[in-house]
Ligand binder design. Sequence first.
Ligand code: ADP
Ligand code: MG
Length: 253
Amino acid sequence: MLHVQNLSFSAGKKQILHDLNLTLSHGKFVAIIGPNGAGKSTFLKCLAAVTKPTSGTISIDGVLLNYLKGEDRAKKIGYVPQHFLQSFPMTVQEYVMLGRKPYIKWNVTDLDQQVVNETLQYLKLESLQQNYVDELSGGERQRTSIARALVQQPTILMLDEPISALDIKHQIQVLNSIKQLANENRLVIVVLHDLELASRYSDYVVLMNQGKIYKVGSPSEVITKQSLRDVYDVHAKVHPTEFGLSITVIEAV
Ligand code: ADP
Ligand code: MG
């Protein structure tokens, strides 16, 4: 269980997050959505303990985030930032293995190797495993960062716009593999811009606007004609389909 209470964050004089409250349980796929600058990345950084909130508390399974350190925290939280993996003189296989660090005592074990191999297979990265990370395309890099977070086998996986550089096939592959983690009783929190995919995959949607949580609920409760108008300033049609919601933006208001 992830519990956020009265969380605020300011950078200098500018308040970016305003008194956020949220409780999320394991086994759920949660999408954070909202317009540019809404505070999604800042919120995720606070949850991942990358940024320290100005006030408020975050706890995981009853333990305050501040008290979780080192390997214990790495086993609990996997985090993939929005812009990641600039340049590393390492192969994909070596880079992904770094995600096993919290588990490796002396040497890489057969289990570590097995988890890495399965994940590379899962994300269709096997053919690239000996390639250097620096030489990958944007989408391949993005999938490699996700693979590294997956092999960490965290209780809570947080991903900031993980499919922004992926083609439609890889978007679905990545979302399926993340969904699988939620089905294995982990908590997955994903910042997504694609509202249709967010509605298709999520159990809950957190809609943010201007540093606040505007609404939390099921996709069809949160992604409505009215909330799209209020938060995104668009006039849109929203229809339920077999695979989540179909959203057509008619015009910007
Ligand atoms: P999102 O991910 O929803 O697009 P961000 O969390 O990146 O939004 O940013 C929210 C707002 O906070 C933006 O207006 C951004 O410019 C501002 N911001 C983020 N980090 C800082 C910082 N360290 N200093 C000043 N302003 C910041
Ligand atoms: Mg962002």
